[in-house]
Design a protein around this ligand. Structure first.
Ligand SMILES: Nc1ncnc2c1ncn2[C@@H]1O[C@H](COP(=O)(O)OP(=O)(O)OP(=O)(O)O)[C@@H](O)[C@H]1O
Ligand SMILES: [Mg+2]
Length: 360
């Protein structure tokens, strides 16, 4: 009733989960949809959170993130670290009571598109806490001295909130050194971040993310007791991703999922998502599903961070051969099955492999 945006959102989240548990999926979705609207009705009531801003540019230094609507697919190890972290964060009060409270921080590192930002908001959703996203590069001001003030402003803002503070792109701090050719400025920024982290009350959960962990100052590295490297997805995670993003968890597509998962080693979650969404767009707009070989080629021609989107174009002979060889070598598929997948005779499939020196 006092238009407390954060609390309304939290209670809404609990209601949505209760509805989902009571198998009222439609009700749960409706509540989630309202919550995702960034508090429009509350803003209309005159309540808006005052976010800290850069004095010169007037741009906000913190953004309230959204809880994700899609699942996060994690390797077993990352899943375990995340569960442990969540358990600790849920029990901060108990731990503090017993005198073993500590700053709860988790550092996520890994290649682009492996789900670091997604995992941070997923953790916030599981903790039913708002997530405040800070991009350190936006805090680095052109005016000397402003940067430290910005950093302090953000930590002061967080101190009064029971939220998750997400420090995204943490390596930006290290870049100060290159941009300004000035070690003194870098030291000041690192020191203010350290002071900020140390000054936060235990109730604030901190998650950091970086693509370049080796650029991080060791003192910052130490402030995050939990660390998780998000690797490129393994076979079982890739299966889950294709199943979800491309086939909307349709059981009838398990064979195709298995093939795609095996030939897409080296791609990130973001790549799999991009290829899948492109294929689904084609299916909707052309009124017909893409042929499977075209999809396989797209996965094979993609490189991490640089997906090659599928289209309906006829495949050239070298492309067909490339697919056949990959099915044989990477997915261990029999020649007759390769022929079936490619829509050619067994003899033809055999010839593709023989030309590549792969026939048994
Ligand atoms: N492990 C994953 N599980 C589910 N979806 C994923 C996963 N990894 C990536 N994605 C999809 O790719 C999108 C981009 O991932 P995200 O932004 O979280 O990557 P990131 O690691 O933060 O990348 P960057 O280093 O570029 O910031 C996600 O929103 C999600 O849709
Ligand atoms: Mg990110």
């Amino acid at each position: 009733m006092s238009a407390d945006y954060t609390r309304v959102r939290r209670v809404g989240g609990v209601l949505a989960r209760m509805s989902a548990e009571a198998r009222d999926d439609e009700g749960a979705r409706a509540i989630q949809a309202v919550l995702r609207k960034r508090g429009v009705p509350l803003q209309a009531s005159g309540f808006a959170e005052a976010l800290p801003r850069d004095a010169t540019s007037r741009l906000p230094l913190v953004e309230e993130g959204q809880w994700p609507a899609t699942p996060a697919f994690l390797t077993e190890e990352v899943g375990r670290t995340t569960s442990r972290f969540i358990e600790d964060a849920k029990n901060i009060a108990l731990l503090a009571e017993k005198g073993v409270s500590a700053r709860l921080g988790m550092l996520l590192h890994g290649a682009p598109g492996t789900g670091k930002s997604l995992l941070a908001s997923y953790v916030a959703a599981l903790l039913e806490r708002p997530i405040y996203v800070v991009r350190l590069d936006s805090m680095i001001s052109s005016r000397l001295g402003e940067t430290a003030k910005n950093v302090r402003g953000v930590f002061e803002f967080m101190a009064s909130r029971e939220g998750v503070l997400f420090l995204d792109e943490m390596d930006a701090i290290a870049k100060v050194r290159d941009d300004k050719h000035e070690l003194g400025e870098l030291k000041r920024v690192v020191n203010t971040v350290l002071q900020g982290l140390d000054s936060l009350p235990d109730s604030v959960v901190v998650i950091g993310a970086t693509n370049h962990p080796h650029l991080l100052d060791p003192a910052i590295w130490r402030r995050f007791p939990y660390k998780a490297e998000l690797p490129l997805p393994d076979l079982s995670v890739r299966s889950a991703m294709w199943r979800h993003f491309l086939y909307a968890n349709d059981d009838a597509r398990e064979k195709d999922v298995a093939v795609l998962a095996r030939i897409s080693e080296g791609l990130s979650g973001a790549d799999v998502e991009n290829i899948s969404l492109a294929a689904r767009r084609r299916e909707i707009l052309d009124g017909d599903a893409l042929p499977f070989p075209q999809l396989l080629l797209s996965a094979l021609a993609s490189r991490a961070g640089n997906p090659s989107l599928p289209d309906r174009r006829d495949l050239s002979a070298p492309e067909r051969q490339k697919i056949a060889v990959a099915l044989h070598k990477k997915a261990n598929i029999k020649v007759s099955e390769i022929g079936r997948i490619m829509g050619v005779s067994r003899q033809m499939a055999h010839r593709y492999l023989k030309e590549d020196g792969n026939a048994e």
